[in-house]
Design a protein around this ligand. Sequence first.
Ligand SMILES: [Zn+2]
Length: 135
Amino acid sequence: MDYSKFGNMMERNRIESFKKWPFDDKKACSVKKMAEAGFYWSGNEREPDTVTCFVCNKTLDGWEPTDDPWKEHAKHAPQCNFVKYGRKEADLTVQEFINVFSVAVKARMDKHFNKTLEDFRKCAEKEKEKLLLGK
Ligand SMILES: [Zn+2]
């Protein structure tokens, strides 16, 4: 199955998102461990150690080689549904995974909805202004 359309929701896609990462596989916060804990790479050339959670959208940077991704995730985003299970993708039941997945999808849809509504509001206000000035 092609999971790429689900963006960074699958662990393997999160692993692939890391274009640059300052820590190797032997470190506690290796790419694999980061992806397991729900993080995908949201960094750039200047700040390569920036990641974001695919469920709660929490962005974290300033990683130390000994940092445990799950612990940091739980510390900074205790409300995250992925953190609540606290297990990597392979260790979740299909139902648990669907629960996490639905929260992530809904958050994306809400964000898109709010952005669309806000864009429309701005357009409508401009149009209204034009109409009032035209009188
Ligand atoms: Zn999270």
